[in-house]
Design a binder for this molecule. Structure first.
Ligand code: UD1
Ligand code: UDP
Length: 362
């Protein structure tokens, strides 16, 4: 069987590495190719993940780069259609909820190619988020819906998707974490940054609702500056956020005590996560990684498509009101921590389950 797995943005690379390994173990049954759309392209948003997650160069790179939603999505579609027509895969696999996920699903669907959505069924119930539109469209077009948590199953059933397409396989991002944990434990990033385990808070922000307007980004800067009285802050800055800091001339307003960094590679980022006293974030994946690692997490969003991280994990969904975020952070730093458990099937075996299902149904 010929399979093309698509990846475009940082979280996708983390999700496809376990699939790459699982298909490599069954080379007799599968020809597996990787298509990078080029949605993310800086070395530290892209290539470093292929290197650290021990994947080869992608077989195809569509090189589309940034743009408006329509522009980016359309360029991915045009280039991906050429790849499909030339290589005629039996199935494409699309992870996550980014524009690359949507674009490639639409192309494959119209060319009659089967689609497997990895991380299907997640819903924030907020169509103001571009990711929610990407999830809904991709799920509706998919032949295999590979689900990471119970809520995904419930959502897809409520939307009337047929039972034989639904596969609760667990969380593929956690496969990467389990596999690379020994390497993560050997990282020397804390020493390099002169940090002490348990004595700093790690933050990431990149949602348009938090970083795209001058007023929201200004309020964020003010809140972070106040928090420096309580703990050391470490802040790897996403390219979207960096651009907005520059456009609004806000970087200079951030306290010098905050350690701002460029985005960092997977191994060092997870090493920093593991030893942090708290994560403050609007990321999807970080809500899951902190739950798996038992690290405290405050999510600066009004909703989450990953509710299990809140119901049984260490994540607290606080909203985008920054006084409330500051209050919640101080409570955690004062020792009022949220105990958590690891959700069902977050065990490092998700990619194997996915490949088994594909193998048995063909
Ligand atoms: C995208 C995804 C989002 C995901 C995030 C992960 C969509 C709609 N959004 O958001 O769901 O959570 O990735 O990080 O697909 N840029 C660079 N260098 C890079 C990457 C991006 O300069 O390597 C710039 C782009 O040119 C653009 C901006 O950052 O100006 C945003 O990039 P884009 O991929 O459109 O959206 P993200 O905010 O990264
Ligand atoms: N990450 C990283 N370096 C960083 C910030 C994040 O390696 O500087 C990893 C982290 O493990 C996270 C993943 O990138 O889970 C997901 O990326 P992001 O938050 O950009 O996307 P989302 O999950 O919100 O779609």
């Amino acid at each position: 069987m010929k399979i093309i797995t698509v990846a475009g943005a940082r979280p996708n690379f983390i999700k496809i590495a376990p699939l790459y390994r699982a298909f490599a173990r069954r080379k007799d049954r599968f020809e597996h190719l990787i298509c990078h759309t080029g949605q993310h392209f800086d070395r530290n948003m892209s290539k470093i993940f292929f290197e650290q997650l021990e994947m080869p160069e992608p077989d195809f790179n569509l090189g589309v780069g940034g743009g408006t939603h329509a522009d980016q999505t359309a360029r991915i579609m045009i280039e991906f259609e050429k790849i499909i027509n030339l290589h005629k895969p039996d199935l494409i696999l699309v992870p996550g909820d980014v524009n690359s996920t949507l674009a490639c699903s639409v192309v494959a669907s119209k060319l009659g190619i089967k689609i497997g959505h990895v991380e299907a069924g997640l819903r924030s119930f907020d169509r103001g988020m571009p990711e929610e539109i990407n999830r809904i469209v991709t799920d509706v077009l998919s032949d295999y819906l590979f689900i990471s948590e119970e809520a995904g199953l419930t959502n897809l059933r409520q939307e009337g998707l047929p039972e034989d397409k639904l596969h609760f396989v667990g969380n593929i991002m956690i496969d990467s974490l389990v596999h690379f944990l020994p390497t993560i434990e050997r990282s020397d990033i804390l020493a390099k940054l002169n940090l002490t385990a348990g004595q700093y808070t790690l933050m990431t922000f990149h949602r348009p609702s938090n970083v795209d307007t001058r007023s929201s980004l200004t309020r964020l800067v003010e809140m972070l500056n106040r928090l420096t009285r309580k703990t050391k802050l470490v802040f790897p800055v996403h390219p979207r956020t960096r651009k907005n800091f520059d456009d609004f001339d806000l970087m200079s307003k951030l306290s010098e005590e905050i350690l701002t960094l460029d985005p960092i590679g997977y191994i060092d980022f997870l090493a920093l996560t593991r030893s942090a006293n708290l994560l403050i974030t609007d990321s999807g994946g970080i809500q899951e990684e902190t739950t798996f690692l038992g690290v405290q997490c405050i999510t600066v969003r009004n909703n989450t498509e990953r509710p299990v991280t809140v119901t049984i994990g260490t994540n607290q969904l606080i909203g985008t009101e920054l006084d409330a975020v500051e209050k919640a952070a101080i409570e955690v730093l004062d020792g009022n921590i949220k105990e958590g458990q690891i959700p069902e099937k977050w065990d490092g075996q998700t990619a194997e389950r996915i490949v088994d299902i594909i193998d048995k149904s063909n």
